[in-house]
Design a protein around this ligand. Structure first.
Ligand code: MG
Length: 455
């Protein structure tokens, strides 16, 4: 195999180029070999290749002797939650999340509905590489059946969250996995629903499966034109949500994360919030002001979920819109997040624009410095010391992912790109001027180190 099979969010690749049915069947067999599972649930998003990948995966699982329950098209959080609820030993989601339609991927969850960590993923990868598969005797080949148990997930939310207002929600599933369940659930909670891009379509004709300010322009316009209270858009597999406020304005990812985190911390009179190294410092500002504490992890929801369990966190999430609500389950859940945000707005008596308005607005700048892949680690070895002497008054140094320094008026993160010949610098400052000042120093340092090591 040319490159690593698993990334920070499972296997991802171009269908029939990287991700072929042959490889998928091997992964299925490797999952069965590694997990020694008796029962595994399988779900998929709406991608054109979904059924092909599912058939190959199920074939591999059956060959290993696993009993397979196929859930059909479901959001990732529904698959993860059902895995725990139905007593399965693992759950496998076939999705490439927010990637373009020609991609697909595989994400694995354990019996508690928590995504496989790096260690487990590496074990599966080595089984595939070494072909150390355990095939079942012909008498013990598994059986596959189709089940529809989405009601369990819907009931879990309906039992725990009651909305008092009749919110007019414009829902945009983007033709992805949430297209049935998100509008239906919100309606059952008493919301008035207008749904767009709500038919399953693996070509994603309405918008990109990645919700962002660009792809949500039509949602924003519809919220404004119809006078809706809020717009909620999900990514291809529904573990992320993105919002448009009542004025039809796209809501900044970091600021809504910070506002919601602050609300949870206030409600629980303190507690830990987990986010990744790239999230804005507005999360600390909001959470610490309410007596909470912020823990930062590497980028990737698996790392956030692991840290949340470790610290017994009250909430966690990444600025891409992947929020984890530990009182329900540990898989990022876009649908649940939208319901809980509405609940938070009710509790605070605010519309979304007002809810987010108290979160400070900071400025972020990003620069990539070219650096050959072979010497990236050598450069990174020297970055910590270099940055510390560059910013002697820094408040905190974190090495969870690259090197991150918290400064008086911002922070700087220096990371080697996992795949490309770059060292990536991210800086956030209280003002653009502050951010650019920090960045200028950082870039000079990294360029100098690249020159030194390259000689
Ligand atoms: Mg996703």
């Amino acid at each position: 195999m040319k490159s690593k099979l698993f990334g920070s969010s499972g296997v991802r690749g171009l269908v029939n180029v990287d991700l072929t049915p042959v490889l998928v069947a091997k992964i299925g067999l490797a999952i069965s070999t590694f997990s020694k599972a008796e029962k595994i649930l399988v779900g998929r998003d709406t991608r054109v290749s979904g059924l092909m990948v599912e058939n190959a995966l199920v074939s591999g699982l059956l060959a290993g002797g696993v009993k397979v329950n196929c859930l059909g098209v479901v959001p990732t959080p529904v698959l993860a939650y059902s895995t725990g609820e139905l007593g399965a030993d693992a759950g496998v989601m076939i999705t490439a999340s927010h990637n373009p339609p020609q991609y697909n991927g595989i994400k694995i969850f354990n019996g508690d509905g928590v995504a496989y960590n790096e260690e487990s993923q590496n074990e599966i990868e080595s089984i595939v590489e070494n072909k150390s598969f355990e095939l079942a005797d012909w008498r013990n080949i598994g059986e596959a059946s189709f089940i529809d148990e989405s009601c369990l997930y819907i009931e879990m939310i309906r039992k725990n969250v009651k909305l008092n207002e009749k919110w007019h929600v414009i829902v945009d599933p983007g033709c992805g996995a949430t297209c049935y369940i998100a509008p239906a659930l919100l309606e059952s909670l008493g919301c008035k629903i207008t749904a767009i891009n709500a038919q399953p379509d693996g070509f994603f004709p309405g918008r990109s499966p990645e919700p962002n300010s660009e792809s949500l322009k039509s949602l924003a316009k519809i919220v404004k034109d119809l006078g809706g209270d809020i717009g909620a858009a999900y990514d291809g597999d529904g573990d992320r949500v993105t919002f448009v406020d009542e004025d039809g304005c796209f809501v900044d990812f970091d600021r809504v994360l910070a506002a919601y985190a602050a609300c949870v911390v206030k409600r629980s009179s303190g507690g830990t919030v987990v986010t990744n190294v790239e999230a804005s410092m507005c999360v600390e500002k909001m959470v610490e002001a309410r007596g909470g504490k912020v823990v930062r992890t590497k980028v990737g929801d698996v790392y956030v979920a692991e840290a949340m369990k470790r610290c017994d966190a009250v909430f966690g999430g990444e600025p891409c819109g992947a929020w984890i609500h530990p009182q329900f389950h540990y898989c990022p859940d876009g649908i649940l997040s939208s319901v809980l945000l509405l609940k938070a707005l009710e509790d605070e008596g605010k519309m979304l624009s007002e809810f987010v308005s108290e979160v400070p607005r900071y400025q972020t700048v990003r620069v990539n410095v070219a650096c050959k892949n072979e010497v990236k680690h050598k450069v990174m070895e020297k970055v910590e010391e270099g940055l510390k002497s560059l910013f002697p008054s820094c408040r905190q140094v974190s090495m969870v992912d690259g090197v991150r320094l918290s400064l008086e008026d911002g922070w700087i993160l220096v990371r080697a790109s996992g795949t490309e010949p770059f060292i990536r610098l991210t800086v956030e400052g209280e003002s653009l001027k502050a951010a650019e000042g920090i960045m200028e120093k950082g870039v000079m340092l990294v360029r100098g180190l690249v020159g030194e090591v390259g000689r």
